[in-house]
Design a protein around this ligand. Structure first.
Ligand SMILES: Nc1ncnc2c1ncn2[C@@H]1O[C@H](COP(=O)(O)OP(=O)(O)O)[C@@H](O)[C@H]1O
Ligand SMILES: [Mg+2]
Length: 230
């Protein structure tokens, strides 16, 4: 599905990613764990074409993404929820979820089909669809950002530290939502970054440890607990 090999990224002359490589497979949730500054956000931004890279390759189903500018990647089926996943306050929840589809000039029929799928996977969004983006809580806002990313995630869903700033009860609720999504949408690969692995142990099919811009180790399949179906 998505394969990253020997990715190197420099920011302001500093090697931020030294050697990042991993593969994501359809139906699998991969968790990338690393402390602040390890390179998680940089990895996701590089995959999204938001940062140039010095060396390495990123392929989705065999297509090399390196030469493609960011906008050309939009059609490749990668959904992305950035670390700073603010909603547009004056748009309703539904309008916020629709933004990526509008940017991609999807047909109305396609938008509706995808929106319906998002609502069926994340029913709590249907309940708050008419509320203004500025009027939802922090925890709800993260679910909206998840739905927004799902709109384009035909193949890969990238979630950058979705638990950051959530109180423990809300983080647990988010983890349950993610587990539900993972068990009900098996045709995509999910990558979630996190600074502490605890909450995601239950949904991780594989764990990657990133340290100083390098993937340190891969969990062996024997270490990985199965998905706890929520
Ligand atoms: N725009 C930037 N300018 C300078 N350094 C940056 C910039 N963005 C990230 N870095 C550096 O790159 C490293 C990796 O950052 P990041 O990918 O944000 O880590 P993480 O998401 O794991 O916390 C850090 O050392 C950070 O200081
Ligand atoms: Mg980060």
């Amino acid at each position: 599905m998505l394969t990253v090999r020997n990715l190197k990224v420099e920011i302001a002359g500093v090697e931020v990613l030294r050697d990042v490589g991993f593969s994501l497979a359809a139906g699998k949730a991969t968790v990338m764990v690393g402390r602040n500054g390890a390179g998680k956000t940089t990895t996701l931004r590089a995959i999204m074409g938001l940062l140039p890279w010095k060396a390495g390759s990123v392929r989705i189903d065999g297509t090399e993404l390196g030469p493609l500018p960011g906008h050309a990647r939009a059609g490749l089926g990668i959904g992305y929820a950035p670390e700073d996943r603010r909603l547009i306050a004056d748009f309703t929840v539904e309008e916020n979820i629709l933004v990526p589809a509008l940017v991609r000039r999807m047909s109305a029929a396609e938008r509706t089909r995808r929106l319906d799928e998002v609502y069926s996977l994340l029913p709590q969004l249907a309940v708050m669809r008419a509320r203004p983006g500025g009027g939802v809580s922090g925890g709800q806002g993260k679910i909206v950002a998840l739905g927004r990313a799902l709109m384009l995630a035909d193949k890969v869903l990238l979630l950058d530290e979705p638990f950051q700033g959530l109180a423990p009860a809300l983080a647990l609720e988010y983890a349950r939502t993610l587990a539900h999504l993972h068990s009900n949408k098996r045709d995509i690969a999910i990558l979630v970054t996190e600074s502490s692995p605890k909450l995601l142990n239950s949904i991780a099919d594989a764990t990657l440890h990133i340290e100083r811009g390098e993937i340190e180790s891969l969990a062996s399949p024997g270490d990985v607990g199965g998905l706890q179906h929520a």
